[in-house]
Design a protein around this ligand. Sequence first.
Ligand code: MN
Length: 133
Amino acid sequence: MDKLILIVEDDPKNLTLFRDLLQRVGYTTIEAENGREGVNLARANKPALILMDIQLPVMDGLKATKILKSDAKTKNIPILALTSYAMKGDRDKILQAGCDGYLAKPVDVREFLATVARYLPNKVKKGVKIGGK
Ligand code: MN
């Protein structure tokens, strides 16, 4: 679905922040609090983009990403990792798992929205207002 973004995040504060920012600029969000639920929601709803936390209960974000990227039905959905991991080795792991990009938490609002827009498929960008005002 156009403009539909799946947020996979177990921290309620982060989840609320990401949801509010995305909805304010016109996206619709669906949310999962663990990796397995994220995989299920992605398969059922075909979002335009997935924001994926890495440290998650039940199934972590790396494993969930690997599953989605090895499934023909979901492999073309861009996955942006939202991570508090800062080490270079961790970034490599995130990209190797199949994430298309990553953003460090805590996020800067402008950078967050700009990065989300950059990873959305082109046809979705039309009509979404970035940066408020
Ligand atoms: Mn987490």
